[in-house]
Design a protein around this ligand. Sequence first.
Ligand code: ZN
Length: 674
Amino acid sequence: MATAAAFGGSVEGTAQTTDGFKYTDERFADIQMLRYKVEGFDHLTLKQKTFIYYLQEAALQGRDILFDQNGRYNLRIRRLLEAIYTDYKGDRKGKFYAGLSTYLKRVWFSSGIHHHYGCEKFVPPFTADELRTAARQIAPEKLHLAAGQTVDDLCDELIPVMFDPTVMPMRVNQKDGEDLVLTSGCNYYAPGITQAEAEKFYTERKAPLDPRPVMMGMNSRLVRNADGELTERVWRVGGLYGSAIEKIVENLLAARPYADTPAQQKVIDLLVEFYRTGDLRTFDDYSIQWLKDTESLVDFNNCFTESYGDPLGMKASWEAIVNFKNLAATARTEKLSANAQWFEDHSPVDARFKKEQVKGVSAKVITAAILGGDLYPSTAIGINLPNSDWVRREHGSKSVTIGNLTDAYSKAAHGNGMDAEFVIDEATRKIINTYGDACDDLHTDLHECLGHGSGKLLPGTDPDTLKAYGSTIEEARADLFGLYYVADAKLVELGLTPNLEAYKSQYYTYMLNGLMTQLVRINLGNNIEEAHMRNRALIARWAYEHGRAEKVVELVKKKGKTYVKINDYEKLRHLFGQLLAEIQRIKSEGDYEAARRLVEDYGVKIDPALHKEVLTRYEKLHLSPYKGFINPVYKAVRDAQGRITDVTLDYSEAYDAQMLRYSRDYNTLPDVNE
Ligand code: ZN
């Protein structure tokens, strides 16, 4: 499972930070490109750098697989567009070339012709005739023509796929009542196979009493053979996508001698065996070995992983990430964990609900070194794997947050206009600019390492009593634990905050988000539904209402615009402590009625006038709702014998240059993959 970044939110601008690193790059359509920094790479050993070098090669070799999984014409369309993009003879400043450039950038971004998030086919901003005219001007040997095929034949084949709104309108169709397999444009089932046929095929093969079932169907395309019977084309060496998988295996084996531990070499061995055989039992063995390896500094995923792209939720798209532990962030979380009992003992909740023995969790923060397949360019910021239910039940899972990606999102948000529009005054903006990022991270650490693990249920309380309100209450509890302690002198003593002013950045942005800015993600007239958003509204609205008499927090009007004004930060902390105590009581006693009232009174409904105002102000900022990342470039420095003596990093490659280079150097699949 993957955690997505909050979208529609805050990222934009041309953020150039004090260290000179440029986090934002070009914009096109509804997309903003960003860059991430691989902080700490230079401090790795040569062995670790070499390991990462081969793993990132393996992570790029599978790129074509995802294009083909997302649609059977995607590779051909991408290659036709790329040929025109690079060899176009006409006016490069004209409307057609501009439209072609934007469309190709979208195809690269989505690994196909459908929107990466909404799944709908996007419309080319040029005509079919213009495309055909441009294609005719390109040297035919550049156009990937099949034997005997002319340029016009190729155009005849691809033009309806790109332009006709009735052909493959959705990559994944989830509309209830329709044949989801027949009507989805993804390439997991051969054309003509119905949903009923596919479901029957897999139901018949399921062993109903197997307590440890493999994830059937996850690594194959379902096709019809010459006799009309259904059969699987497995993605493996010697099978479908074999030429790409061979390249992946080659690089995994090159990486193997540089693995951190023998246990990690075993991970690679099992993965390679899976890629060679396609055996799903081997995949489970690999997953278990991988999740148990928590010692290695460098870690990676490179496989068929998530099944969001299959309407039946079985077939897994190919993705890859290489990463290493963020030692600074891990040191921070270890400090909190080591003091977990102190935090538990000093929290404002009733002694009856406190744990006598509390153990903090060290949240694992990682630094991404490369993104590939379904994690590129649009990516997750948190990953929790493996996905197999029985493996999770019996062996657990590995959960990480990708620190340098969340960091890039927030750095890029600086100067995007949100703060200028919504923060009340310059003094407050200054506090946010100085301490905002550090306190955000710290609040997340407190939430994850201590918040969720604190407190206990009274004997006899059923953990499921709060039902539908359970997850909102639980998130509020962890958030409040973080809010209460981010302002504590103990953090200054531990060296985690610089002074007793820093927390104000967190208090202001939390209240602003909960009372106002998170509403930009909700359409006018709707209620708040999502648990994290409900929790933030609940905390902010409750603190606002309960501090009203003393004017702790106000909503003030300036020139017709509403602003959050915090008059008394210490009293606000006291209110957070009070609500934490009440929410812990609700949880410990299983007080369903109190949970229901808190959530319904403070976390669900939106003041329509304020909502409309926030949406109008947000719209004027023209922010792109979707973001994705350009990868850094790794170069191996070799000696006369060809041995790697260093690995260097370069962040300057342009988005189109990167995509064209990938298409040239990691060109691992033929145009048609049957
Ligand atoms: Zn949480």
